[in-house]
Design a protein around this ligand. Structure first.
Ligand SMILES: N[C@@H](CCC(=O)N[C@@H](CS)C(=O)NCC(=O)O)C(=O)O
Length: 207
């Protein structure tokens, strides 16, 4: 199997980091988003939404959506687990992963796409007011996570999980464009300082 998407960028990086943590190697096929490679007929045949990553199996079957791909890989390679060991842990991890993805990540992605000159190739009709609102939403989502990280070592509890992977990659991915963890989120800042040093995070960071 192979993963379409650039290993150090955005959502494909979530999978690269997950694979590093699991000690697995699956080849990545880089996709040049700025050149619009994800909108070509060949790519749209793999994912009609035109988004990376896509996992392509040896028989040509294609799976899109990063969390869906992570679940499939976790089913194939369960150890060590990042999506939960039993029904309650799976539900708790899923809840926090959704808080990160639909709360923080969705907002910070909208801020980036509508507010950063770096994203103009992806979002030709940038709306500055949308960026301003999304930034406030992203910061508010981080405040919810900050309260959780006051109680727990990691986003979903005592162990590093898929929720942490989504949070660290989206924070690092938008820092270069100017998104900063608010000053009143000391717990997120502490978590970020230690998580940024994990070997999997370092190994998948863009040079
Ligand atoms: N819901 C999708 C989102 C994936 C996504 O946003 N991918 C971005 C790169 S990080 C992309 O392909 N962007 C291209 C575009 O928006 O045109 C997932 O979780 O896989």
């Amino acid at each position: 199997m192979k993963i379409h998407g650039t290993r150090t960028q955005g959502s494909p990086r979530r999978l690269a980091l997950f694979l590093e943590e699991k000690g697995l190697a699956i080849p990545f096929v880089p996709v040049d988003l700025r050149a619009g490679e994800h909108r070509t007929p060949a790519f749209l045949a793999k994912n009609p939404l035109g988004l990376v990553p896509v996992l392509e199996l040896d028989d040509g079957t294609c799976l899109a959506e990063t969390t869906t791909i992570a679940r499939y890989l976790e089913d194939l390679f369960p150890e060590p687990p990042f999506l939960g060991r039993d029904p309650l842990e799976r539900a708790r991890l899923d809840m926090w992963a959704r808080h990160v993805e639909f709360g923080f990540y969705t907002a910070v992605r909208a801020w980036f796409r509508h507010g950063s000159p770096l994203a103009r190739a992806l979002e030709p009709e940038q709306i500055p007011a949308w960026a301003a609102l999304a930034r406030r939403q992203a910061e508010d989502a981080l405040r919810v996570l900050d309260a959780q990280l006051a109680r727990e070592a990691f986003v979903a509890g005592p162990r590093f999980s898929w929720a942490d992977i989504t949070l660290v990659t989206s924070l690092e991915g938008t820092a270069a464009a100017g998104f900063a963890i608010p000053d009143d989120c000391a717990n997120v800042q502490r978590w970020f300082a230690s998580t940024s040093e994990r070997p999997s995070v370092v190994a998948t960071r863009p040079l």
